[in-house]
Design a protein around this ligand. Structure first.
Ligand code: G6P
Length: 365
């Protein structure tokens, strides 16, 4: 199996490292060098009044990030459900809506059942899948492959960032079809996306410092992840990744929600991981972080260089990422979130690729 892992100790490590390459492939597939979208004709948002995104696990967090994008970039209302809830809550569907099912395997039973539930009730069923021959792909009107390549590690990594990339392109397409973006802005947003593989390579360089920090994180009983805007769902994903493979209890929270409950958990034993790229809400997040530090909380700040030094005063540790277009920051920050989970699991000695009680693809309800 050493060969399959291409010299890496675990599939998860290999799959984390592959992200710059697979992301670049996906971008190349769905865009042109001239700065235009090259998505299938059938992916039209003309006449679509709402996007309903449905998925499970990590894929559902990709949907939550995409909700911010559809609404911010395209002004198109978007809602997200986990598949196991969606079908049983009598969702009110618009006949002019697009339902989007996101699934790495394309075989998750709940997601497939949710797809069948909406099939005749919406204008279009689109799936975002890694396996183009899967049931979910076959049963949708249109399947968009994420082109991540085979993912073996049970904890999803490269599929997540490729799902995000395809969803980002879909949001841009929605904006184009609805006339809420001009050609120059579109080209700039695509250029920002194309910068990601390079930025991801820089983020992968944080592996050693993260491994050192993880030795301390491994001693924690509870860990909180905080983020705002599209970084909030990434906080949820960071917490999920950590619980899945290190078995440490972790929760993701919207930074501004901290004072409404989770702040009660804060003491010197609870590390708080703050995902805060320099965006319009950066100062607000910094003030949430200060609330944590005022209660002796151990803050690990992940941010980009500019202004970090002042913000970082009093933090436990800081990890500096390259500056990134704020819209696409969740795609870049996924890498340190994955590395934090990976190295914490290694420090704890758990089975990274085959965590207990979990399956790669859940084909029963
Ligand atoms: C399982 C896996 C998760 C994955 C989820 C959804 O629980 O362990 O990593 O996110 O299923 O899988 P899918 O194949 O539908 O993306």
């Amino acid at each position: 199996t050493r060969i399959e892992k291409a010299g890496y100790k675990h599939f998860m490590a290999k799959e984390i490292a592959e992200q710059p390459v697979v992301l670049a492939d996906a971008l190349k597939h769905y865009t042109s060098a001239r700065g235009t979208l090259e998505l299938p004709e059938a992916l039209s948002f003309k006449g679509i009044d709402r996007v309903t995104l449905v998925a499970c696990g990590t894929a559902s967090y990709a949907c939550h990030v995409a909700k911010y994008w559809f609404e911010q970039i395209a002004g198109l209302p978007a809602e997200v459900d986990v598949a196991s809830e969606f079908r049983y809550r009598d969702p009110v569907l618009s006949p002019a809506s697009m339902a989007v099912f996101v699934s790495q395997s394309g075989e998750t039973a709940d997601t497939l059942a949710a797809l069948r539930h909406v099939k005749e009730k919406v204008a279009r069923v689109v799936s975002v899948v890694n396996v183009p021959t899967s049931s979910i792909a076959r049963e949708s009107d249109l399947a968009l492959p994420i082109l991540a390549g085979v993912e073996v590690g049970v904890a999803s990594t490269k599929a997540f960032t490729c799902q995000l990339t395809v969803l980002a392109l879909m949001a841009l397409k929605a904006a184009q079809d609805r006339g809420t973006i001009d050609a120059a802005t579109l080209a700039r947003r695509l250029e920002d996306l194309r910068a990601l593989p390079g930025l991801m390579n820089a983020a992968l360089g944080l592996s050693d410092p993260i491994a050192r920090i993880a030795k301390d994180l491994a001693k924690a009983q509870d860990i909180l992840f905080l983020g705002r805007g599209p970084m909030f769902p990434l906080a949820l994903e960071g917490a999920l990744k950590l619980k899945e493979i290190s078995y440490i209890h972790a929760e993701g929270y919207a930074s501004g929600e901290l004072k409404h409950g989770p702040i009660a958990l804060i003491d010197a034993a609870v590390p708080v991981i703050v995902l805060a790229p320099k965006d319009a809400l950066f100062d607000k997040t910094v003030s949430n972080m200060q609330e944590v530090m005022a209660r002796n909380g151990k803050v690990l700040l992940l941010s980009d260089a500019e202004g970090v030094e002042t913000a970082a005063q009093g933090t436990w540790k800081t990890l500096t990422l390259p500056p990134v277009a704020p819209l696409w920051a969740p795609i870049l920050y996924a890498i340190p979130a994955q590395l934090l989970a990976y190295h914490t699991a290694i420090a704890k000695g758990t089975d990274v690729d085959q965590p207990r009680n979990l399956a790669k693809s859940v084909t029963v309800e």
